[in-house]
Design a protein. Structure first.
Length: 222
């Protein structure tokens, strides 16, 4: 489902490539159009009143969950049959970078209902234009957990870099952070990996042009 791009520790989900063109259109903001229903059917993907964005978010989140450690276990089915399967190791959580990162929370909840989610609010300072942390709330034992960091549009990478610094201050090692992103520019991915070589970035595509004002468009606050 994924292939490595030219940046170490950065992975792009190949299955999402055919859907990327739609994210720059209005279908991001409304229920799936007729054309997308046909596309989803052709790809064998679920069809329903689901936006294009939500579908891609699910795919990215699912691939992120695939990166988490697991252990083998025996599952007993309702019919009494025993099946040798796997389960996640304890100690995982999500962290969304407000506000656009909150748009990916539902996808994570849909895939893993019981997972705990923390939040970070980072905005640009009006005078210096530098990313500044205004709020951070995490599970108290986050330093023991693997972290799925959610931020849809990775442009310069400055916001994510500040978020990772906050996580490090709370005892989280970069090697256990998986950044879930829908779009990333080469500059953004390179900036983050240069600052934190051990972090893992999971995105749909690395492209020089990324959508702008994602949060305002998704939440309808243009």
């Amino acid at each position: 489902m994924a292939y490595s791009c030219r940046f170490p520790h950065c992975c792009a989900c190949g299955i999402c490539g055919l859907l990327l063109r739609f994210l720059s259109s209005d279908c991001l903001l409304r229920d799936t159009s007729k054309d997308l229903f046909v596309l989803f059917k052709d790809l064998g993907l679920p069809v329903g009143e689901t936006s294009c964005f939500q579908l891609i978010a699910w795919l990215v989140v699912e691939e992120g969950l695939n990166q988490l450690p697991y252990t083998e276990c025996t599952v007993t089915t309702p019919t009494g049959y025993k099946y040798e399967g796997v389960k996640f190791e304890k100690g995982n959580c999500g962290v969304s970078i407000m506000r656009s990162g909150e748009a990916m929370e539902q996808g994570l909840r849909d895939c893993c209902r019981s997972i705990r989610i923390g939040k970070i609010l980072i905005q640009s300072d009006e005078e210096t234009q530098r990313a500044k942390v205004y709020y951070a709330k995490f599970p108290p034992d986050i330093y023991r957990r693997k972290v799925l960091l959610m931020y849809p549009i990775l442009s310069t990478g400055n916001t994510v870099i500040e978020a990772v610094k906050v996580l490090i201050e709370h005892g989280v090692q970069p090697s256990v952070i998986i950044l879930l992103s829908l779009f990333s520019t080469p500059h953004g991915a390179k900036s983050i990996i240069q600052e934190f070589p051990e972090i893992t970035i999971l995105t749909t595509e690395v492209h020089p042009v990324a959508p702008t004002h994602f949060g305002q468009k998704y939440f309808g606050t243009d």
